[in-house]
Design a protein around this ligand. Structure first.
Ligand code: ADP
Ligand code: MG
Length: 562
């Protein structure tokens, strides 16, 4: 038509599409999960919007998802009557990728040469709508935003450009039609026009979706010659049961994992599943997950954080930060509260006493879950700590109330073992007789710390020293106090008394002139030059006052321009 426009995909979108077209995922079935998940999100959004805007002219009488197959045309259509998209929405949401971390992801993908490595990376990055291009050589999307009159038709073969044009009479919501690639062979396992196959995928990946996912009932779609015209009959394929409301004995691990993938947009299994029930005056249910891999944006400012909030089974919001402290921002899941208004806003939640109480409970539960993991599943815990330890340690600063519990689930590199980090409990159990402090040294890397002259005497005398190399370590270690009555002590600060061999009077006499000369020469740079027994092979080292900043912290402040 005259009004059709051809537009280009944003370059990052183009790169991702190329990955899809060349089918990097081994499991192509998941394209349907992604489409059904988008349809379900669109229905959630519409319901929410109608709560917020009473004047919205939208049809909410029979919200559902529908899947239609056409064997002859080789098409599969996923249709919803949800929120829909305007023309600009389509251009912005489908033509570009707004996710933070995309550029980073693509760069890493390019760098990783081996196929296995790329699979790992891709697993961390859901590609959503674009996964359609794994199985389709052309995708058509027709949509109309609820409350507006103008429909939009979008079409693309995934190769660089798409067309977009207005359409009249588009129903409210979105219909995505995949023009399926020619079948490779007769293998029905990959025939997405097979009703059996499609049902199986929906059951497997989307059973818990709370909206009905309907398919045309078998045998009712075509009318045989001479037979009476029967109205097509639809059947709901999914059981629609909210997982967090079902007894845990009835939910399989696979179901939990699929639910996790649905809400987190992660493509990997979760590391740990946590369920909570609270009865009484303030009733709620929670189903939480600890991911197995840190997201790309864990340390970015605009990182998503928090869990989903439901009120009486109705989805209210994503990323509800009021329910999870920042240092546990990687925890995903759902909290379903019984006594909140459906109209709650983020601002109200921040101040709500009951929400704060839930948050404290969730935090404690997550910490105790990690503690159990640490004592009972060492390997799992090691994975957890590798991925999220750096974030968890922020809690030592942010959350004084839980400091002890956080220290208790933390582990640190140490001179005790070249690879295995140690818990503080284990460190303390190895402390030498009379040792009063937990010794540590901060630095940019393990190598830097290990080569530090400060470490020499401690190593020579057999004292274990924690090696702290995360920037956040500098921030908490001074303020935290101690662990089990043992305070943290930097080996780079002040006079550390390791007992035994004080420098002898003889030595003092021998070096007196040298020290005088050095003090005079270095008078602008150092406060004092003194003889020390703390070194074994290095001739000298610089030591800070007990109250001083560590060199790394000093560098950080300097870098920040202070
Ligand atoms: P994600 O779902 O992770 O945001 P997708 O690639 O699956 O990423 O979808 C991109 C965006 O396109 C969605 O966030 C949504 O805004 C929009 N979108 C996709 N499908 C639909 C749909 N059926 N109805 C309305 N909006 C949709
Ligand atoms: Mg999606």
């Amino acid at each position: 038509s005259a009004q059709a426009e051809t537009l280009e995909f944003q370059s990052e979108a183009r790169q991702l599409l190329q990955l899809m077209i060349h089918s990097i995922y081994s499991n192509k079935d998941i394209f349907l999960r992604e489409l059904v998940s988008n349809a379900s999100d669109a229905l959630d959004k519409l319901r929410l919007e109608t709560y917020r805007d009473k004047d919205l002219e939208a049809d909410t009488a029979d919200l559902h998802v529908e899947i239609a197959l056409d064997k002859d045309a080789r098409t599969l259509t996923v249709r919803d009557n949800g929120i829909g998209m305007s023309r600009d929405d389509v251009v912005n949401l489908i033509g570009t990728i707004a996710k933070s971390g995309t550029a980073e992801f693509l760069r890493k993908l390019k760098e990783s040469q081996d196929a296995a490595g790329s699979q790992d990376l891709i697993g961390q990055f859901g590609v959503g709508f674009y996964s359609s291009f794994m199985v389709a050589d052309k995708v058509t999307l027709v949509t109309r935003k609820a409350g507006t009159a103008d429909g939009v038709r979008w079409e693309s073969e995934g190769e660089g450009t798409y067309t977009i044009e207005p359409v009249a009479d588009a129903p409210q919501g979105t219909a995505v039609t995949l023009h399926l690639k020619p079948a490779d062979d007769e293998d029905h396992l990959f025939d997405y026009t097979s009703e059996w196959k499609v049902r199986e995928i929906v059951k497997r990946y989307s059973d818990f979706i709370t909206w009905p996912v309907r398919m045309l009932k078998q045998g009712t779609e075509s009318t045989e010659e001479g037979a009476e015209e029967a109205a097509p009959e639809f059947e709901t394929v999914n059981s629609r049961k909210a997982l967090w409301a079902r007894p845990s004995s009835e939910v399989s691990d696979e179901e939990y994992q699929e639910f996790y993938k649905h809400i987190s947009h992660d493509w990997n299994n979760a590391l740990e599943t946590v369920r909570m029930q609270a009865e009484g005056t303030f009733e709620y249910q929670a189903l939480l997950f600890i991911p197995s891999q840190a997201p790309m944006d864990l340390f970015m400012r605009d990182a998503k954080r928090g869990v989903q909030l439901y009120v009486k089974r109705v989805f209210i919001m994503d990323d509800c930060e009021a329910l999870m402290p920042t240092y546990l921002r990687f925890v995903k899941g759902v909290v379903d509260a019984q006594d909140l208004s459906l109209n709650v806003s983020r601002e109200i939640l921040q101040q709500d006493r009951q929400i704060r109480a839930i948050r404290r409970r969730l935090e404690k539960k997550i910490l105790s879950t990690i503690k159990t993991m640490m004592t009972e599943e060492a390997e799992k815990y090691a994975t957890f700590w590798r991925e999220f330890g750096r974030a968890v340690k922020e809690g030592l600063l942010d959350d004084p109330d839980n400091r002890t519990a956080i220290l208790d689930i933390s582990s640190f590199e140490s001179t005790h073992h070249a690879e295995k980090p140690t818990s503080l409990r284990d460190y303390v159990s190895r402390m030498k007789d009379g040792q009063e402090h937990i010794y540590y040294l901060t630095g940019d890397s393990r190598t830097v710390v290990e080569n530090s002259p400060h470490l020499e005497a401690f190593r020579a005398k057999g004292y274990e020293v924690l090696i702290l190399t995360d920037p956040v370590d500098e921030m908490w270690v001074d303020g935290v106090g101690g662990f089990e009555e043992k305070s943290f002590q930097s080996v780079a600060k002040g006079e550390v008394d390791l007992g035994g061999d004080e420098t002898s009077d003889e030595q003092k006499a021998e070096f007196e002139d040298l020290l005088k000369w050095m003090s005079a020469t270095l008078t602008d740079s150092v406060k004092e030059v003194r003889l020390s027994s703390r070194l074994t092979t290095s001739p000298s080292c610089i030591v800070g006052d007990s109250g001083d900043m560590t060199p790394t912290l000093e560098k950080m402040y300097r870098a920040m321009g202070q």
